[in-house]
Design a protein around this ligand. Structure first.
Ligand code: URA
Length: 436
């Protein structure tokens, strides 16, 4: 069956509904190079303005999900639960979270991405561990998941090829920030992992796609709704991304913080978020009855060292050097350190995640275009967070850098991140809501 793409674009442009078969045809034809970019771009723009009904969204997501291979993990006899974050600054949570949850008896076929724009990427961080490989072929992926319950890999090329192409087109056509397009993009990739459940960390604030709680909730509800249409339980936790998460921003820096969390020595906010998301994963996986039981399981695999042991085995299996867990001097580092100081005394009213993220990209910790390389050793350590009191001259952040050009590019933006006030400021709440 073939359709007139021009008519389908017009229908959506006028606010009409497209039939599931029409949406399937669009995804199939675009993935097969039959539809040109300009027609799909026009449709994406119409979707941005007109949205999609729940029926349309389920069909669109399903067509994307079946545009390539779908994993069959039925041979794994543990519950398979994944976590996805909508992305932020200093968001290294997947790295400590995955071994913790696996140590409690849940399997995680985790497929992560690289940093793009002001947000960092889990793969870039993991690859700072000497030797660590994030490209695994499907057989190795399934074997390791069966043996260790955890794989920390990049997205397979054969999974959801439609999303790779549509995402690139969205990037070029100004159609990234659309709730149905973001939701279908994320959920098609997660549902292709053959999961028993998914926990979403939906970020809200200046460093996130969603700037306020209402739009974050809408995104979470949309993704939870797609999960329901596909009979996969999904829980969305809404969390703050108005200031960076934890103390470290940058690739090797974030591995150091992740290891600290696994040892029970991490900053309060990253530790709390790791445990909160872990609780939901254990409940979805059926290995804990409630949050209290889940928290005590997670606490015990930290104190027994079992979670660290899972991480060591995964690092080794993926070619990395597990000595990193005891000796972080084997990670890439930067040659110089510069301290950003407070120009006056006061209380930190704002530490803007977007400004810190953008300055980290300029420093070389992130990439602006997919083909850019990152400098694995550079980073920003946050020394003053919202609510902290500082005196003039106190450190707000330290910047680890290799070249003067990196520092000169980073500082003008980084220095705008902090706003100091005369009045005491309450710390920002980390958890802003949940959607089930
Ligand atoms: N992450 C994705 O995978 N897709 C989007 O559209 C946005 C964030």
């Amino acid at each position: 069956m073939s359709y007139s793409m021009t008519e389908l674009i017009q229908t959506k442009r006028e606010g009409g509904h497209l039939e599931p078969v029409e949406l399937e045809w669009i995804i199939e034809s675009y993935t097969a190079d039959v539809l040109p970019d300009y027609q799909l771009s026009a449709l994406l723009m119409a979707i941005m303005f007109r949205g999609m009904s729940q029926v349309e969204l389920a069909a669109w997501t399903d067509a994307m999900l079946h545009s390539g291979d779908v994993l069959d993990l039925s041979s794994i006899d543990m519950p398979k639960i994944d976590k996805h974050s909508t992305g932020g600054v200093g968001d290294k949570i997947s790295i400590p979270l995955a071994p913790l949850v696996v140590a409690c008896g849940v399997a995680i076929p985790m497929m992560s991405g690289r940093g793009l724009g002001h947000t960092g990427g889990t793969l870039d961080k993991l690859e700072t561990i000497p030797g660590f490989r994030t490209r695994l072929d499907p057989d190795e992926f399934a074997r390791q998941l069966g043996e260790l319950g955890l794989v920390l890999a990049g997205q397979s090329e054969t999974l959801v090829p439609a999303d790779r192409r549509i995402y690139a087109l969205r990037d070029a056509s100004g159609t990234v920030p659309s709730v149905p397009l973001i939701s279908s993009s994320i959920m098609s990739k997660k549902l292709a992992e053959d999961l028993d459940g998914l926990v979403l960390d939906v970020k809200i604030g200046s460093g996130a796609f969603m700037k306020d709680v209402a739009s974050g909730r809408e995104l979470a509800e949309t993704m939870v709704g797609i999960g329901k249409s596909h009979n996969t339980p999904v829980v969305g936790i809404l969390t703050d991304m108005d200031q960076p998460l934890g103390t470290e921003v940058g690739n090797a820096n974030e591995i150091i913080e992740s290891i600290a969390i696994l040892k029970g020595d991490g900053p309060d906010d990253t530790t709390e978020l790791t445990l909160r998301l872990g609780e939901e994963m254990l409940i979805l996986g059926g290995v804990a009855a409630d949050r209290t039981e889940a928290r005590s399981q997670l606490d015990s695999v930290i104190s027994s060292g079992a979670a660290l042991d899972v991480f060591a085995k995964v690092i080794e299996a993926q070619g990395g050097d597990p000595r990193v867990l005891d000796d972080q001097s084997i990670l890439p580092s930067a040659e110089h350190v510069f301290t950003v100081t407070a120009g006056r005394s006061g209380f930190v009213e704002r530490c803007d995640a977007l400004a810190v993220g953008r300055s980290a990209v300029r420093l070389g910790a992130g990439r602006q275009a997919k083909e850019d390389d990152v400098d694995p050793g550079v980073g920003i350590s946050i020394r003053a967070r919202v609510g902290d009191e500082v005196a003039a001259g106190d450190a707000l952040a330290t910047v680890s850098y290799n070249t003067d050009d990196q520092l000169a590019a980073c500082l003008p933006i980084l220095e705008t991140a902090w706003i100091l006030s005369d009045e005491p400021q309450a710390p920002r709440p980390l958890i802003l809501g949940e959607v089930r």
